[in-house]
Design a protein around this ligand. Structure first.
Ligand code: PBG
Length: 312
């Protein structure tokens, strides 16, 4: 009766990895229960997701060809664009969010185009904004419902808003990964999305885990540029950041990403008999919501719906 925080299937967004090819399901070893799926296998997956009451998915693509500019990312026939069309053709009202970033599409694994700097090769922020905008418009043409830029480029939300508006997608909301940390918790995702950087790391564009006030500055910039929804990522080690962002912007829907490493460590401990998986996973998800998240991107989404239903 006095419980303040209640989880509900409607809180969850399930990440899906979509790969090129046909009739293939490639298991992701560090993320038990998750696999890269080809577009033709998505209809069954969508049916299950909808039947559990999950309102939305976010898509990550693994293209056949990677190149320096990540060109599959903005190809109207690219792996994500095909997956969006496949999901939309099921006729369900499942919301399709697309991750807008280049790391899964570039052969070097960085989140944009590179250029030479005094410190060596690094992402060329402004050149990347251009192709990010093309990628977002291409996702929109395929039928995406929400555009979620995750690359932490400066000016990314404004560039996408301008690009989408110019292409006639004035209504399409932007969910910005506004405060995204340079985190070791992304390890399993990089196996899943085959997107580990081939050299260096992402510290020149992602945030220092030691900083929280900076997160509020990053969020303020994205809000000014027109972000419709915000995200903090990862979630579990950044509950204070979630709380501060929600307090500063109570009126803006806030998502938190319970990332791959947060999932994998519970799975591994549970497999060893060291933790009670459902109990700990629901505790973590409840904590993320208690901290202030309105939506949670989580690899536990399907299991959590089942656990919640069983507890009723
Ligand atoms: C980048 C992106 C990453 C994740 C989501 N989008 C990886 C990264 O920044 O290296 C990680 C999500 C996870 O670990 O579950 N496009």
């Amino acid at each position: 009766m006095t419980r303040e925080t209640r989880l509900d299937p409607a809180d969850f967004i399930l990440p899906l990895f979509v790969r090129h090819g046909e009739n293939q399901r490639v298991d992701i070893s560090s993320m038990p229960g998750h696999a890269q799926l080809t577009a033709d296998l998505l209809a069954d997956e969508v049916e299950e997701i909808v039947s559990l009451g999950i309102p939305a998915v976010i898509l990550f693509g693994i293209p056949q060809q990677k190149d320096a500019a990540g060109s599959d990312a903005y190809d109207d026939d690219g792996v994500v664009q095909r997956a969006v069309r496949a999901i939309k053709s099921t006729g369900t009202d499942l919301l399709v969010i697309t991750d807008v970033c280049f790391c899964e599409f570039t052969d070097h694994g960085h989140c944009g185009i590179l250029h030479e700097t005094e410190q060596g090769m690094d992402v060329d922020n402004d050149a990347t904004l251009q192709i990010l905008s093309q990628q977002a418009v291409s996702h929109a043409r395929a039928g995406a419902d929400v555009i979620a830029p995750s690359g932490m480029m400066d000016g990314m939300v404004a560039a996408l808003r301008t690009g989408l508006d110019a292409a006639g997608f004035t209504h399409l909301p932007i969910l910005s990964y506004a405060a995204k940390y340079s985190s070791g918790f992304y390890g399993p995702f990089r196996e899943a999305a085959e997107s580990a950087p081939s050299f260096g790391d992402r510290r020149t564009y992602q945030m220092d885990p030691a900083n929280a006030a900076e997160a509020l500055r990053e969020v303020a910039l994205d809000v000014d540029e027109g972000a419709d929804m915000l995200m903090v990522k990862p979630a579990l080690s950044y509950l204070d950041v979630i709380s501060r962002v929600k307090t500063a912007y109570p009126e803006i829907p806030l998502a938190a990403y319970n990332v791959s490493g947060e999932f994998a460590m519970i799975k591994a401990a549970a497999a060893n008999g060291w933790l009670d998986e459902s109990r700990v996973a629901l505790e973590v998800l409840t904590s993320i919501k208690r901290a202030g998240a309105d939506m949670i991107l989580t690899y536990f989404a399907k299991d959590a719906c089942r656990w919640l239903a069983a507890a009723k």
